[in-house]
Design a protein around this ligand. Structure first.
Ligand code: ATR
Length: 289
């Protein structure tokens, strides 16, 4: 599809954005469906976030993704929020309808779909969530909504962020959430059915790091790492050695992208193609795997 006077723009704003897989996924999907759309990444510095959003509104983009570190800061700059994004307090996808910017959170649903397709059941399960950032908030919310009992584990100096998630969940879903400091990790992982790493620990180029010592992984049946580069993190390697079923972040990334694509185009996303294209680009750009 050639760029024309009618081409619609979708984009990404964040800092940094140079390693993003979203342009590869979305442009391949637009091409596959013959859509006159293009997707570009834009590096936006914190002091220019409001200006950038006003500019995207002014040039009438179809929509955009929001990534680190703006998923929470974007909220007051939008006109309205999807109920799930409002509850979570973080947005990763924005749709522009005639100049009105509506925010969604497709991370939460993307995470859930990535587990669900592998038949992992959440009802009644004890799940430990490592990290209390934007991704930790979205994942904690959806896990509780789907019936899991969660423990949020975060660094002691930022335990208030984990407590904030617990407060949000009790207020909104009426379910208690346990909060544990990272230096009491053994306590936080006691009798865990599923461990989810939502921190960036182990992400390339620090691929030799893991947020959990191998000894504490024994007996945890399922481990999910939202890090997708490398596709098998050190945490997942050690968890697999300890006998766990493991899941990397690639499926969640593909799903959150597919859900954003559907919001912008109104068409079913070619999920498998988006996933394949993302893995191909990962392989080329990082030299891992
Ligand atoms: P995102 O929006 O992608 O979730 P974020 O808001 O920066 O990103 O959150 C990252 C999470 O990873 C945070 O919970 C952070 O812990 P703090 O709240 O203590 O900052 C966690 N994190 C990052 N590096 C970490 C490390 N080396 N050890 C433990 N936790 C870490």
């Amino acid at each position: 599809m050639e760029i024309s006077a009618k081409t619609k723009l979708c984009c990404l704003i964040g800092d940094p954005v140079e390693h993003t897989m979203s342009p590869a996924m979305h442009n391949a999907a637009f091409k596959e469906l013959g859509l006159d759309f293009v997707y570009l990444p834009f590096l936006v510095k914190p002091e220019q976030l409001a200006q950038a959003v006003a500019g995207l509104r002014a040039i009438n983009v179809r929509g955009f993704n929001v990534t680190i570190p703006y998923k929470v800061d974007i909220v007051p700059l939008l006109d309205s929020l999807d109920p799930l994004a409002e509850k979570i307090g973080a947005v990763n996808t924005v749709v522009n309808t005639s100049g009105s910017l509506h925010g969604y959170n497709t991370d939460a649903e993307g995470f859930y779909r990535a587990l669900e397709v592998h038949g992992v059941k959440l009802e009644g399960k004890k799940v430990a969530v490592l990290g209390a950032g934007g991704a930790g908030r979205a994942i904690s919310y959806i896990l509780t909504e789907k019936g899991a009992r969660i423990t949020v584990i975060n660094r002691r100096e930022h335990l208030a962020r984990a407590q904030d998630i617990a407060d949000m969940i009790i207020k909104d879903l009426g379910k208690p959430v346990k909060v544990v400091a990272l230096n009491n990790l053994a306590e936080g992982l006691c009798a865990t059915d599923i461990l989810v790493n939502t921190t960036s620990v182990g992400m390339w180029p620090h691929s030799g790091d893991s947020p959990v010592p191998a000894a504490l992984l024994k007996g945890i049946p399922v481990v999910f790492d939202i890090v997708y580069n490398p596709t098998e993190t050190y945490l997942l390697k050690q968890a697999a050695q300890a006998g766990a079923k493991t899941f990397g972040g690639a499926d969640m990334l593909a799903w959150q992208g597919a859900l954003a694509f559907e919001l912008w185009t109104g068409l079913p996303a070619p999920l498998d193609l988006m996933r394949r294209q993302m893995l191909k680009t990962l392989d080329k750009t990082s030299g891992n795997i």
